[in-house]
Design a protein around this ligand. Structure first.
Ligand code: IVH
Length: 726
C-alpha cells in the first residue's frame, strides 16, 4: 500500500507528532486527519505486514491524542476514524440482507484425476489448449462479505444461505486487519462487494483457549469454530478479544463512478507495474487492476486488505497446478493459520465469464481438499495432573498414533464436564484430530465400538498429590486443590517463576526445578536465591561451568523489572499485560497490600474477577512474608521505570486540587500543573498522583489518605514542585 517515499514521510510525520506530544503541544483541529492517516499507516504495518515501526506505547500515545482531540471536537469524528472500532453498542439482533451477488460454494476435488477432469472440461468449453490458473490457500474459517461505498466500509454480512446473510458490521469492525475505509475511488470504483474469510491464527487460538482454561471454561474445538462462533456474538467487545484476522480473495461486484479505471501520471510507477493491463498513451496511463484474478488480489493488497497476495501462485496449465498444490500441502503446518486445501481459479476474468457458473458453484474455480489429519486410537488411562493454581487437569493416555506427521500419545481432556460431553470411557476407541501445530484434540469417542470392557472415568475427590479434598467454585468447570503447600503446586509455581516470560532465569528450566526439589535443595520461590551450590557440585551433570552460569542467571534475575516479578508470582488471571499495568500503577510492590478491590478495579485491564484475585493474593500473610524475603534477598520490588519518569518533570502525572487555595485561583493552579506536563483529573482514584489540599479539604482528602500511592501536598509544596519561588 505504501512505497518508500511514503515510508520516509510517515516516519517523519510520526516523529513530529511524538515530539509534539512530549512537548504537550495541543494538536490543532486541522491535524486530526493527518493523525488518523498516521495511525492507519501504523495499523497497516502492525496488522497486515506484521512489521511495526513503533512500539505499542508510542501507538497508544498517538491513539490517545486522537481520542482526546475527538472528545474535544466531536463534530469532527468520522465513521472510519481508528477510534470508531471500539465501544460499539450491544447487537440486539442481526438484520437479514440480500448479497449483491449470491455467495456460491466451490466444487471440491481430492486428487490429481479430479483436477485433470475439471481442466479438460474448462479447455473444451473455452476452446483453449492451455489455461492460466491462479492458486491460493483455502482458508479454514467463516466466510463474510463486505461492501464499501465511496471508500467507506458500509456493511459486513455473514454468508447465510448464500442469497441472504446477516448484517454483522459492528462485529466486523472489531477485526483490526479490516480497513474501515480504503481508497477504491483512486481506481474509479464507487461501490464494491468483496468476499473473504474470517480466521483465527493458530497463535491467537492457543492464547484464547489458554485464557478460557484459566477461567475454568472449556476450550474451543478448533480455530474455525472460534472464528465462526464470533461473528454473531452480541457483544462486539467479546469479538475484539478474540484477535481475529481476515483474508479477502474475491471481488464479487463493483460499479464505477464517472471516472473510468484510469489514473493520471501522478500515480507512482511502482504501483502500476503490478497490474497487467497498464497502457501508456502519451501523458495518460490507463490501468485496469480488475482484468485478472491475481491482479484483483494485488489491488486488494495495495488498498490495505490482507489478500493472499504473498501466498498466491500463477501457473500455466493443470500439471503445474497439481505439483503446486501437493508442494503446498507439505508445508501447510508452517503457516500461521489453518487451511483445509487450495483454491484454483481461472486467472483471466473474461475467461471466467465465458465459463460461467452452475446454481451451486462457479465453473472457473475448484477447491482441492487436503487430507484430514485425523486418526483413531485407544484411550488407555486418565492421569490427573495438578497445575500451579491447583487446577486438576485430566490427561488422556493413548496408544501412540500418527496424526499429521507427529506421534500423539497423550492429550489433555481439560475437565470433568468435557469428559462427559465427549462421552469418554477408559478402553474406548477415540477419534483424534490435529489442526496444524495446534495441540491435538479428541474429537469424539466411538461408543458403537464398545465391547463391554470399557470403564467409566471417575474424577478424584481428593488431590492426587497431597490427598487434600478438591473444591469446585460455582460456575466453574475445574476442580482445584486449595492446599497452597501442595507439592505439585509449589513445584509448578517455581517452574513458572523461572520461565522465559517471567523472571527468565536462563538454564534453570523445568527439569532442574524438579531435580532440585526432589533433592531437597529447593523448596520455595525465595529458595532459588539461596541454593546451596556446594551440594550441587557433587551432582552428576553439574560441572563448575554450569553452576557458574546458573549462579549468574539467578543473580541477574534480581534486576528484572517489576512486571516480570508480578507475572512470575503466578497470581490467578494476571497475565503479562495485566502485570505490566499493575507494575506501572505502584511505586513499590507491597503497595498492593493496602489496596482495596475497588482501587484495583480502577486500573486498566483489571475487572472484578482479576481485582478479587490480586486482593486475595496480597491479603495472604505468607505471600507478604515471601515478598519481604525476596526484597531482603536483593530482588527489585520498586518500580524503577516510574521513578525515572517522575523525576524528569511532571510529565503525565495527574493532579487534583481540593479545598480553598490561598495563593492561587483554582483555574490558575490547574493551568500551572498542565504547563509542566501534568494532567488534571476529576476524582480520587489510584490513578491520581498528587492531591493538592487547601483550607477545609473534605471527603477527597479522606479518600486519598486511604490510597498510599497518592502524594498529598499543600499549595506551597505544589508551588515548589513547579519551581515557583515563594
Ligand atoms: S472463492 C465464487 N477462495 O470456501 C467463489 N473461497 O468451500 C467464491 N474459501 O464459500 C469462493 N478460501 O468461504 C474462495 N481462497 C478462497 C477461499 C474460499 C476459503 C471458502 C469460502 C467458500 C468455501 C467453499
Amino acid at each position: 500500500m505504501h512505497n518508500n517515499t511514503d515510508l520516509q514521510s510517515f516516519k517523519q510525520k510520526t516523529n513530529q507528532f511524538l515530539q509534539h506530544l512530549t512537548a504537550k503541544e495541543k494538536i490543532v483541529v486541522a491535524e486530526i486527519d493527518s493523525l488518523r492517516q498516521i495511525l492507519r499507516f501504523h495499523e497497516h504495518r502492525y496488522y497486515i505486514l506484521n512489521d511495526p515501526l513503533i512500539s505499542d506505547f508510542e501507538y497508544d500515545q498517538l491513539y490517545q491524542a486522537l481520542k482526546e482531540t475527538e472528545i474535544a471536537n466531536p463534530h469532527l469524528i468520522t465513521p472510519d476514524s481508528p477510534t470508531q472500532r471500539v465501544g460499539s453498542s450491544i447487537n440486539k439482533s442481526f438484520a437479514t440482507l440480500p448479497h449483491l451477488v449470491p455467495m456460491l460454494s466451490l466444487e471440491n476435488s481430492y486428487n490429481a484425476d479430479d483436477l485433470l477432469d475439471w481442466d479438460r472440461k474448462a479447455k473444451e468449453q473455452s476452446n483453449l489448449d492451455n489455461i492460466e490458473y491462479c492458486i491460493e490457500p483455502k482458508f479454514d474459517g467463516a466466510s463474510i462479505s463486505l461492501i464499501y461505498e465511496n471508500d467507506l466500509l458500509v456493511r459486513g454480512t455473514t454468508r447465510g444461505d448464500g442469497v441472504e446473510g446477516e448484517e454483522i458490521t459492528n462485529n466486523i469492525k472489531q477485526i483490526r486487519s479490516i480497513p474501515l475505509s480504503a481508497p477504491f475511488s483512486k481506481y474509479g470504483i464507487q461501490q464494491i462487494e468483496i468476499r473473504g474469510e474470517i480466521v483465527m491464527t493458530k497463535a491467537a487460538f492457543t492464547q484464547y483457549n489458554e485464557s478460557l482454561i484459566a477461567q475454568g471454561l472449556s476450550p474451543l474445538a478448533n480455530p474455525r469454530n472460534a472464528a465462526s462462533g464470533s461473528l454473531r456474538m452480541k457483544d462486539p467487545k467479546e469479538v475484539a478479544k478474540r484477535n481475529l484476522d481476515a483474508f479477502f480473495y474475491h471481488v464479487s461486484y463493483y460499479n464505477l463512478s464517472s471516472r473510468p479505471l484510469t489514473v493520471d501520471r501522478s500515480m507512482k510507477d511502482s504501483e502500476l507495474q503490478n497490474y497487467q493491463q497498464t497502457t501508456v498513451e502519451g501523458n495518460r496511463l490507463t490501468v485496469n487492476p480488475l482484468s485478472t484474478h491475481s491482479n484483483s488480489l494485488q489491488l486488494l493488497w495495495d488498498l490495505g486488505f490482507r489478500s493472499p497476495q504473498k501466498e498466491k501462485q500463477v501457473v500455466q496449465g493443470i500439471d503445474e497446478v497439481i505439483k503446486h498444490v501437493h508442494d503446498f500441502e507439505m508445508m501447510r503446518d508452517t503457516l500461521p493459520y489453518e487451511i483445509d486445501g487450495m483454491v484454483i481459479k481461472v486467472n483471466d476474468f473474461a475467461l471466467q465469464e465465458k465459463l460461467g457458473m452452475t446454481t451451486h458453484h462457479p465453473r472457473w474455480a475448484i477447491a482441492f481438499k487436503f487430507k484430514a489429519r485425523q486418526a483413531t486410537t485407544k484411550l488407555r488411562n486418565i492421569e490427573f495432573q495438578v497445575g500451579r493454581t491447583g487446577a486438576v487437569t485430566p490427561v488422556a493416555k493413548l496408544d501412540p498414533v500418527q496424526v499429521g506427521g507427529v506421534t500423539v500419545s497423550s492429550i489433555s481432556v481439560h475437565n470433568e464436564e468435557y469428559i462427559r460431553e465427549k462421552d469418554l470411557q477408559i478402553g474406548d476407541t477415540v477419534l483424534i484430530e490435529r489442526a496444524g501445530d495446534v495441540i491435538p484434540q479428541i474429537v469424539k469417542s466411538q461408543p458403537e465400538l464398545r465391547d463391554g470392557t470399557q470403564t467409566p472415568i471417575d474424577f478424584p475427590k481428593e488431590c492426587p498429590v497431597c490427598k487434600s479434598p478438591l473444591f469446585k467454585e460455582e460456575g466453574e468447570a475445574v476442580w482445584r486443590c486449595i492446599n497452597i503447600e501442595c507439592e505439585a503446586q509449589v513445584v509448578e509455581k517455581i517452574i513458572h517463576f523461572v520461565s522465559k516470560d517471567a523472571m527468565d532465569i536462563k538454564s534453570f528450566g523445568e527439569a532442574n526445578v524438579r531435580k532440585f526439589y526432589e533433592l531437597g535443595l529447593l523448596k520455595d520461590i525465595p529458595g532459588i536465591y539461596t541454593i546451596n551450590f556446594n551440594a550441587l557440585g557433587t551432582l552428576e551433570g553439574f560441572g563448575k561451568k554450569s553452576i557458574d552460569n546458573l549462579t549468574a542467571a539467578i543473580e541477574a534475575s534480581k534486576q528484572q523489572p517489576l512486571y516480570r516479578l508480578i507475572y512470575g508470582l503466578g497470581i490467578r488471571f494476571v497475565g503479562e499485560t495485566t502485570a505490566k499495568a499493575l507494575a506501572n500503577s505502584v511505586n513499590h510492590l507491597l503497595d498492593f497490600a493496602s489496596k482495596t478491590e475497588e482501587d484495583l478495579q480502577q486500573l486498566d485491564d483489571v475487572g472484578v474477577k482479576v481485582a478479587k484475585s490480586i486482593h486475595h493474593f496480597f491479603s495472604n500473610e505468607q505471600n507478604i512474608a515471601m515478598l519481604h524475603q525476596l526484597e531482603a534477598l536483593g530482588l527489585q520490588l520498586v518500580n524503577t521505570k516510574k521513578e525515572t519518569v517522575s523525576s524528569g518533570g511532571l510529565q503525565d502525572q495527574t493532579f487534583l486540587f481540593t479545598g480553598t487555595l490561598s495563593r492561587l485561583k483554582r483555574s490558575d493552579a490547574e493551568a500551572l500543573a498542565e504547563e509542566h506536563g501534568g494532567k488534571i483529573v476529576s476524582g480520587v482514584s489510584s490513578k491520581l498522583n498528587y492531591l493538592v489540599v487547601g483550607e477545609d479539604a473534605g471527603s477527597k482528602l479522606e479518600k486519598a489518605k486511604k490510597i498510599n500511592t497518592i502524594k498529598i501536598i499543600t499549595e506551597n509544596e505544589f508551588l515548589e514542585l513547579v519551581g515557583k519561588e515563594l
